[in-house]
Design a protein around this ligand. Structure first.
Ligand code: URA
Length: 234
């Protein structure tokens, strides 16, 4: 929390007396309501402060990393199924977080949630081609021909042509798969197209961000530098 006059001085590089004059003149709003109290405490990561209607120091985006367990659907609400929102601690529930893309009900692992619509679109836009890495257990064992078919761009059973992807066989019935798009049941359908029916799937990384040691079902907020890394800004 920070005093409103200090927040404005820092953001505008103005003196405290200039800032107080702006406040007295009713030129400043906090979360849409005019504010004249220079000593008001605001949460600078969440408050929406405007001067003459223009946003000052845009509120920071919040991005959370959830290690999704199987059995939860990726949705904000569902009449029948348990949703990933039910895994969030109560203090995060009023934040209007939305999942970034989706994982199937049976899939585990890395799922991002954010309250920032623009960031959400940047992360899910097919144009950005953020790589997503999965660990899969499957029937059969992947070989060199499967690796080549993934690299060439697979055609799925319904005729969908996938972007070139990376298949790394780990041995009998296990592989790592990296895809650059997010189609419905993509990894399951790609492996099935090669006769490798998936029995277990976990997303381990998205861009430069890895699941790491976060426990299954746990959630943590990303640091600013992790968000930049995710967006390929560093
Ligand atoms: N591909 C799938 O088949 N399922 C997922 O949940 C994610 C990617």
């Amino acid at each position: 929390m920070v005093r409103l006059d200090k927040f404005l001085c820092d953001a505008l590089a103005d003196t405290r007396s200039q800032v107080r004059a702006m406040l007295r003149a009713g030129r400043v709003t906090v979360d849409g309501t005019p504010e004249t109290d220079a000593g008001r405490k605001i949460d600078e990561s969440a408050a929406h402060v405007c001067l003459d209607g223009r946003t000052i120091g845009a509120p920071r985006a919040h991005v959370y990393l959830l290690n999704k367990p199987a059995g939860y659907v990726t949705a904000t609400c569902d009449a029948r199924e348990k949703t990933v929102m039910e895994l969030l601690p109560p203090d995060l529930r009023p934040m209007r977080l939305r999942p970034v893309g989706r994982l199937d009900k049976a899939t585990e692992g890395l799922l991002l949630l954010t309250d920032d619509g623009e960031l959400l679109h940047r992360l899910i836009s097919p144009r950005n081609r953020v790589p997503k890495r999965y660990y899969a257990r499957h029937e059969g064992t992947a070989g060199a021909e499967d690796v080549a078919a993934f690299a060439a761009g697979l055609t799925l059973g319904d005729g969908t042509v996938c972007l070139p992807a990376k298949l790394e066989p780990l041995g009998e019935g296990e592989s790592l798969v990296t895809v650059f798009e997010g189609r419905y049941h993509q990894v399951r359908r790609m492996l099935a197209a090669r006769g490798l029916r998936v029995t277990y799937l976990e997303r381990r990384a998205e861009g430069a961000l890895a699941l790491g040691t976060l426990a299954r079902g746990a959630v943590r907020e990303l640091r600013e530098e992790e968000i930049s890394l995710l967006l390929g800004e560093e």
